[in-house]
Design a protein around this ligand. Structure first.
Ligand SMILES: [Zn+2]
Length: 123
């Protein structure tokens, strides 16, 4: 499935959850409908470090509409860590990181290899 973009409503939700969980991380899986990422499956529980976010994501059951993952970086550094790259390869092709201070500019999407991939935001 070719992904065309991301729903603005979902992006706002991801940024809101990042703000609500700060200074802790959150993690979840992203689902698509007709090529647009529009749904979040939130991983339950509060995690406080890169390693634990990866572990939680590893335990999520995968379904065919899951296209990747999202998690937050409370330190505001929007770049995949080594632990991130490890689970990216196991949970889909599109991986969003949102970072402090969680504005509309504080997110990026990455490919499995950690290279940024542009995603159009749909209204
Ligand atoms: Zn991370």
């Amino acid at each position: 499935m070719k992904i065309r973009g991301l729903k603005g409503e979902l992006l706002d939700l991801l940024l809101e959850i990042g703000t609500a969980r700060h200074p802790y991380e959150f993690a979840g899986l992203l689902r698509e409908t007709d090529g647009v990422i529009d749904e979040l499956n939130l991983v339950p529980g509060t995690v406080s470090g890169e390693e634990s976010a990866s572990l939680l994501l590893d335990m999520m059951p995968l379904d065919t509409h899951v296209v990747g993952s999202v998690h937050s970086h409370p330190n505001g550094h929007i770049k995949p860590s080594l632990a991130d790259l490890g689970f990216f390869s196991r949970s889909g092709r599109y991986h969003i990181i949102v970072g402090y201070p969680y504005s509309r500019n504080d997110w990026r999407c990455f490919r499995v290899d950690g290279e940024p991939v542009p995603l159009e935001v749909f209204p």
